[in-house]
Write a protein that binds this ligand. Structure first.
Ligand SMILES: Nc1ncnc2c1ncn2[C@@H]1O[C@H](COP(=O)(O)OP(=O)(O)OP(=O)(O)O)[C@@H](O)[C@H]1O
Length: 502
């Protein structure tokens, strides 16, 4: 289609190799390592909407990102809450590009670059990032070649995954990512950025999309594609998930749905879970249990200890989510030193921590290639889970100043850290809920945190009483976060027969 130079051909081949590695190795449950899926098997289209300037409109396909909303901006944001499928969608774009899928958005570009922003710790140059994180060790292409190819290419699609995890996300630094996002460089490249939230720096002109999750049809399609083709089995999975109020509610979030569907297929204990914290606790227990089953008796005690005692990991996770230089990727050496080799190996084995080899930041690497192993949590929610443990530990102390302690943790980007913390320890929860309430618009979020405490029926009754005493407006935009929450409160109230108690 395009007249390619030799270097371009090599570059494109390398890009495709790397993307294939990612999109062909999807783990639906982190501890199940022997069952890897290709994006082409598991991807189902969830809901997607675009912002018209005054409201959100439904889209028919993720490929419409090219044409709507009409406008000149070449900068698009795809927003979505935790686990809503932003990274998965970027892999689908990569798949379409690599396989030149007809009529797809990405396949119309000569070059597509997909970078995971959490990896760019201390890296300012986009060429360095591409050389280190995408090209293979022995590629003959140097940063200067990549620069040359990109500058001379007529059509480039850049996808930056996870701006909320970008170590320099305040965008005050003069990195290429910042310059690209603000169109100071490469104004003609098409740039797509995924993020849990929209940072303040962006003008109204930027195109905005959002992922709204899985509806009933998407869930059924997923089960048929990734779990079972048999109608009766697929019905049983759906019924198990519907029976449980927590899984039923969270099934709209693809991550929770996918994990629940796979686990409920294999595990009967599932139906008794009542809160997201309960769900996560159970999931982590399964991770450890699954591994223990494979171990000989002599090691059992050892692994039990690691399951309960993870204070150092909690601290690392918390620091990762807070601070100006917040990072959610670390070097293997650093983690092994902090956590101890055997703890590290255990968490890697069960799938909570995942490794990726990248080129070392060494200007001489073209002569002697050196690699470095970077480590991150298998999903950012796991980082929030362990950070939440640290928060409960600190929040329980009598002397702690929560305003000070939590001031650097972005609440919009790390909601689950707060919610998990409230579910893990009730003493800490009381303080945290007070803290959350003190923030602007904090009442509703505080209630969400409160819901993590399974036994707090009295507080729950007060909230529902308050809710029912006011006019409740429900709009057709059922994906609105607060509205979903209001619906969840009412649904739970009706299940618990609250009206009799009010
Ligand atoms: N469209 C989809 N089709 C099939 N599975 C999906 C889809 N979207 C998400 N999933 C499943 O949910 C998991 C989590 O999704 P993903 O990591 O893409 O979410 P995310 O929005 O990037 O989350 P976060 O903001 O927390 O990083 C995926 O690993 C995949 O198993």
């Amino acid at each position: 289609m395009f007249p390619f130079t030799e270097n371009e051909k090599i570059f494109i081949r390398h890009l495709k190799q790397k993307y294939k590695e990612h999109y062909d190795n999807i783990q639906t449950i982190p501890y199940v390592k022997d069952k890897l899926y290709s994006i082409s098997t598991v991807f189902v289209e969830g809901g997607m909407e675009y912002y018209t300037g005054s409201n959100w409109q439904k889209m028919n396909s993720y490929n419409e990102i090219a044409v709507i909303p009409p406008g000149t901006s070449k900068r698009s944001f795809i927003l979505g809450g935790a686990g809503h499928g932003k990274s998965t969608l970027t892999l689908q774009y990569a798949y379409d590009w690599c396989n030149e899928v007809r009529n797809s958005f990405s396949s119309s570009f000569e070059i597509m670059i997909l970078l995971r922003l959490r990896q760019l710790v201390g890296i300012q140059s986009v060429y360095t990032a591409i050389r280190r994180f995408i090209l293979p060790k022995h590629s003959r292409l140097k940063e200067i070649d990549i620069k040359d190819i990109m500058e001379n290419s007529s059509s480039v699609l850049l996808i930056f995954d996870g701006l909320d995890e970008y170590p320099q996300q305040d965008l005050s630094q003069n990195s290429d990512v910042t310059k690209i996002l603000l169109s100071r460089i490469f104004p003609n490249f098409e740039v797509v950025v995924t993020s849990r939230y929209l940072p303040q720096h962006f003008s109204e002109r930027i195109k905005r999309f959002r992922l709204t999750g899985f509806n009933e049809q998407a869930r059924q399609r997923y089960i048929r594609r990734a779990i079972t083709n048999e109608e009766s089995k697929s019905q049983t999975i759906m019924q198990t998930l519907h029976k449980n109020p927590v899984t039923e509610y969270f099934c709209q979030v693809p991550l929770f749905f996918v994990m629940s569907a796979h686990m409920s297929h294999e595990d009967k204990e599932f139906s008794s879970l009542k809160t997201v914290t309960g769900f996560f606790k159970y999931m982590i227990k399964c991770f450890h249990m699954h591994m223990r089953n494979k171990l000989d008796d002599a090691n059992v005690q050892h692994f039990f200890l690691y399951e309960k005692d993870h204070r150092e990991l909690d601290l690392i996770a918390f620091r990762g989510l807070s601070g100006e230089q917040g990072r959610t990727v670390w070097t293997k050496e650093y983690l092994c030193e902090r956590l101890g080799e055997s703890f590290y190996q255990q968490y890697k084995r069960i799938g909570v921590l995942v490794e990726e080899d990248i080129l070392e930041d060494d200007p001489t690497y073209h002569d002697s290639v050196k690699t470095q192993t970077q480590v991150s949590f298998c999903h950012k929610l796991f980082c929030e889970w362990y950070a939440a443990h640290y928060v409960t530990y600190v929040a329980r102390s009598d002397t702690v100043n929560l305003q000070e302690f939590l001031k650097r943790v972005n609440q919009a980007g790390n909601q689950y850290m707060y919610r998990f913390a409230c579910g893990i320890n009730f003493e800490a929860a009381e303080k945290l809920i007070m803290y959350v309430k003190s923030k602007p618009d904090g009442n509703k979020f505080a209630t969400l945190c409160l819901m993590e405490q399974e036994d707090k029926i009295e507080s729950f009754l007060d909230i529902v009483k308050d809710l029912l005493s006011k006019k409740i407006e429900l709009h057709k935009d059922i994906n609105n976060f607060r509205q979903r929450f209001t619906l969840q409160l009412l649904e739970t109230a009706s299940r618990k027969n609250v009206s009799q108690n009010i």
